[in-house]
Design a binder for this molecule. Structure first.
Ligand code: AMP
Ligand code: FE
Ligand code: FE
Ligand code: ZN
Length: 294
């Protein structure tokens, strides 16, 4: 069984459409795939409709959150929510707020770059973003590529867009405690994404993960392409001590990142635990032969 529980489509900042994503997953020999676009569930329907026989889809989303870092500041954290009810009004409203927040923040970054003489037209850039979708820095990276400023998305992040980069502009993300409550109230399961991805910036302290576990966090993503071996070992120990389930996933973004689907995987037992925890029977995993039974 190959289980990959973290992947993005064009519904957020991936480059495969939801239909292409499920086809790519099946071709890569993956048995279970979670679609976890940033701050939206808009890709779910197309992924379900295009689901190849033999592939199971876990519907999810990645919530952009802010958490205390356990020292005296705050850090950006991403929370994966699985199998929650997408008609939850709290989730719908917060995701809509974040989509606007994302666009305004990217506009501010483009404006700052334009003011410094980079060949980006902020209004044109904003108009060119996919409507209604949670745009992210990869979209700005692509605009910089098109303008010939950089040769790759990676270079754009390295030189300009990373969390401590010269044009980084903050965004008002969801309080992680509120996000965990929202996901749970909607019958879903909350797993902390890439909690030790140090190259992105400061990371959350283990003491804060312990607090989140007490509030209903169900698991941590231990195996992630951005995690060093010693961090994986430490997170695995922490999960064991706190009774959290452990996942492993690629965080695939198509050609916006160099990772491949299934590069990191989750044990079947962890998936079983996630499905058992999902209180709402309305949002079970789907397979092609019972995709109408929702
Ligand atoms: P944003 O959502 O606008 O804060 O941008 C964060 C997104 O940028 C992440 O979800 C990744 O998709 C992507 N990202 C972060 N760091 C890098 C990097 N070094 N290279 C390529 N993509 C990155
Ligand atoms: Fe992303
Ligand atoms: Fe993330
Ligand atoms: Zn992700």
């Amino acid at each position: 069984m190959r289980i990959d529980l973290h992947a993005h489509s064009t519904a957020s900042d991936g480059t495969d459409t939801p239909a292409e994503l499920v086809a790519t997953a099946a071709a890569a020999g993956i048995d279970v795939l979670a679609l976890t676009d940033h701050d939206t569930t808009a890709g779910w329907a197309d992924a379900v409709d295009a689901l190849p026989v033999g592939l199971r889809l876990i519907r999810g989303a990645e919530f952009s959150c802010i958490a205390p870092d356990g020292r005296d500041a705050h850090v950006s954290v991403h929370l994966l929510g699985y199998l929650f009810d997408p008609t939850s009004q709290a989730i719908i409203a917060e995701q809509a707020r974040l989509r606007t927040e994302r666009r305004m923040r990217l506009l501010a970054m483009a404006q700052r770059m334009a003011a410094d003489g980079f060949p980006v037209d902020p209004d044109e850039f904003l108009a060119g973003l996919p409507p209604e979708s949670p745009a992210g820095r990869p979209h700005l990276a692509r605009a910089l590529m098109s303008a010939g400023v950089v040769g790759s998305v990676d270079e754009a992040f390295r030189r300009f867009l990373h969390n401590r980069g010269p044009y980084y502009t903050g965004r008002v993300d969801t309080d992680v405690h509120a996000a965990i409550r929202m996901v749970r109230a909607a019958g879903g399961v909350a797993v902390l994404a890439h909690a030790a991805a140090r190259r992105r910036g400061p990371v959350i302290d283990h003491s804060v993960i312990a607090e989140l576990a007490a509030e209903g966090l169900a698991g941590v993503e231990v195996d992630h392409p951005d995690h060093a071996d010693d961090d994986r070992a430490a997170l695995r120990d922490l999960a064991g001590a706190l009774g959290l389930l452990v996942t492993g996933s690629s965080d695939y973004h198509g050609t916006n990142k160099t990772v491949s689907l299934g590069q990191e995987t989750t044990e079947p037992e962890a998936l079983e635990q996630i499905e058992e925890l999902a209180a709402s029977g309305r949002v079970a995993a789907v397979t092609a032969d019972r995709r109408r039974v929702r």
